[in-house]
Ligand binder design. Structure first.
Ligand code: C5P
Length: 238
């Protein structure tokens, strides 16, 4: 199923897919990191949960017209994807203020962003993934003006689709991070993963946090809340 390990990140390994040029196997790890790798832990079952949750979300987005690198889930912890060259940008969409924006700019917790706010960060661990503007993004990531606008538009479309998907299972999509990659034909598609590692997900009624913040803040059981997300997604018909 897989050949050489090409890259190992904090939450996933990336392998060449055996006998399938242009395709990769993403293997989801049980490792969790926060604060740019300063806080680390290993949670049995996390890789399986994020692989399954991310696969369901990409499948749902594809059925709603949002193309991504995702091809299929292969087994408990692995998925097959199209090879892309990752664009070193983290595109964050925020519906409510929480997390870094409250500290960085002083927005009051839960301030509503209407329209949703899009922020760009430079994906660079050594620099601590700094916030950047459009001009920085174009200089740092070999992306044209038009492509950058398309990426931001796509991020807002993903926000629309995912906000209604999560609302239908009693969850508020507070914010999330996307990554994009360039396919061999030059087109840019949604890439990486979409999971409780990369989204803030709050129960609509209780505002209970059902995402990685329980690990970042040490306020809950990560596996239990990720299982709750998967359980609710399983209740949806595709
Ligand atoms: O920390 P911050 O408030 O900027 O995070 C915004 C959103 O982006 C959160 O949903 C967080 O989980 C996600 N994020 C991520 N990877 C990062 C930074 C943020 O998935 N490196």
């Amino acid at each position: 199923m897989k050949d050489a390990l090409l890259y190992e990140g904090k939450a996933k390994q990336v392998f060449q897919a055996k006998g399938k040029p242009g395709q990769l196997v993403l293997s989801y790890k049980n490792d969790a990191t926060a604060f740019n790798g300063e806080k680390k832990a290993n949670f049995e079952g996390k890789g399986r949960l994020n692989n399954e949750i991310s696969a369901r979300i990409f499948t749902s987005l594809q059925s709603r017209g949002v193309e991504s690198h995702f091809i299929e889930r292969l087994n408990e912890t692995e998925q097959l994807v199209h090879e892309t060259e990752i664009i070193p940008l983290e595109v964050v969409v925020r519906n409510l203020a929480t997390g870094s924006i409250t500290k960085r700019l002083g927005f009051r917790e839960k301030t509503l962003f209407e329209p949703p706010l899009v922020e760009l960060f430079y994906k660079n661990d050594d620099l601590g993934d700094p916030l950047i503007n459009d001009d920085h993004a174009k200089l740092l990531s070999d992306i044209t003006d038009l492509e950058l606008n398309q990426v931001k538009e796509k991020a807002l479309i993903v926000n629309d689709r995912l906000s209604s998907l999560f609302a239908s299972i009693g969850i508020k999509l507070v914010d999330f991070k996307l990554e994009f990659g360039r396919k061999a034909d030059g087109t840019i598609v949604l890439s990486d993963e979409i999971s409780p590692d990369t989204c803030r997900l709050w129960d609509l009624e209780t505002e209970q946090k059902l995402d990685k913040d329980v690990f970042r803040q040490g306020t809950g059981n990560l596996i239990e809340v990720y299982e709750e997300i998967l359980r609710r997604l399983e209740g949806l018909s595709w």
